[in-house]
Write a protein that binds this ligand. Structure first.
Ligand code: TYM
Length: 364
């Protein structure tokens, strides 16, 4: 039965009464930034999982435009990028009727809860976030406060729905750990009020990251030590979901490799980042494990393997690209989907925000 499963929350580290286990109905939340250049890493690391989870769970999938403006965005491009991500969700197979698909800025409770959580999260916790360090680079003094606070807003995205499971790529793991810490500290700091208001032992679940499969960290096609990213200056570093068959083929053929043939076992990929990456991509696109792929292609040279990968990638991605183009062109349709999704999301968010206000002690 949908929504009836429950998940036990861990409460290690904080003093808890003996009957400390609380349970929450399972709910999935995840987000993708509306910053353009949606790529194979986003698809294999996240969106493929979104599509899978809709079969078993109640899911909310959000285009996070509030996160996008943590770095400067051109207003007209931002709108189109938001539509493009929503179109990609649908083109990849997410059903916007069955799930809630929306853009973050249409649900003000995300930002509202983020403020409360800003007062829970500690500066020391945020100072440990490696993504901020990477993105801010050397000129940290000049980064926006939004960029620094980004992970707290992310925690609010998840917790405003009391979501229990969050499918993401490997790079978001640290942010998910922070979200759990924030949830736990809120539950702990307000334990008495949470109980007084009838919410039992804990108001927020500790959200579980779902990070699995052969492509949780897809690397740049030009440099196996760098992750595939929207902001890499080289177009050849990534396959965009908007690329046509010719572009996909060119990028794969130009992908960096080494002179050795492929190994027949996974151990043989150690120290061969580029080879490991292409094998991981192949495995994920074909719904297999790396071991299976290597059993088939072990001993083959890269030109053979790349040809097979081109065929596979084009076969899997071209229908998505075509569908995405069709949907992206229909602004009215996308805008209606997002508005409808936002309305349904707001109904849930508003209930939980009211509860937070009661717990924290705000009059309403
Ligand atoms: P974003 O927009 O950078 O990326 C969207 C999703 O794609 C995953 N991803 C990758 N997976 C594998 N290999 C890669 N090279 C790769 N690059 C990106 C990301 O892990 C992510 O799952 N902070 C998030 C957006 C967000 C969010 C949230 C996610 C905001 N609020 C709440 C979950 C829950 C981000 O920047 O994603």
């Amino acid at each position: 039965m949908r929504g009836a499963k429950t998940v036990a929350i861990r409460t290690a580290g904080f003093p808890q009464p003996a009957h400390h286990m609380s349970s929450f109905p399972e709910r999935v939340f995840s987000g993708v930034q509306s910053t353009g250049n949606l790529h194979l890493g986003n698809y294999l690391g996240a969106i493929v999982k979104f599509v899978e989870l809709q079969k078993t769970h109640d899911c909310l999938y959000c285009v996070v435009d509030l996160h996008a403006i943590t770095v400067p965005q051109d207003p007209l491009t931002l709108r189109d990028n938001t539509r493009e991500i929503a179109a990609a969700f649908i083109a990849c197979g997410i059903d916007p009727k069955k799930n809630i698909v929306f853009n973050q800025s249409q649900v003000p409770e995300h930002a509202e809860l983020a403020w409360v959580l800003n007062c829970i999260a500690r500066i020391g916790w945020l100072n440990r976030m490696t993504q901020f360090k990477d993105k801010a680079g050397k000129d940290r003094e000049n980064a926006s406060i939004g960029l620094y606070d980004y992970p707290v807003l992310m925690a609010a995205d998840i917790l405003i729905y009391r979501a229990t499971h969050v499918p993401v790529g490997e790079d978001q793991k640290q942010h998910l750990e922070l979200a759990r810490d924030i949830a736990q500290k809120f539950n702990n700091d307000f334990a008495e009020s949470i109980s007084r208001n009838g919410f039992g032992e804990a108001f927020f679940p500790l959200p579980e990251p779902l990070i699995s499969g052969p492509a949780t960290r897809v690397m740049s096609l030009r440099d196996g030590s760098k992750k595939m990213s929207k902001s890499d200056a080289s177009e050849y570093s990534r396959i965009n979901l908007s690329d046509d068959a010719e572009q996909i083929a060119q990028k794969i053929r130009k992908a960096k490799t080494d002179p050795e043939p492929l190994p027949s076992e996974e151990k043989g990929l150690e120290g061969r980042a580029e080879a490991a990456n292409l094998v991981g991509i192949f495995a994920a696109l074909s719904g297999r494990e790396k071991t299976g792929v290597l059993a088939e292609y072990g001993g083959a040279n890269f030109s053979t393997f790349k040809n097979a990968l081109v065929d596979l990638a084009v076969e899997k991605l071209s229908p998505i690209t075509a569908e995405m183009r069709k949907i992206t062109a229909n602004h009215d349709y996308i805008d209606t989907v997002l508005r409808d999704g936002a309305e349904r999301a707001r109904a849930l968010a508003n209930e939980n925000m009211k509860a937070v206000k009661d717990i924290v002690g705000f009059l309403r």
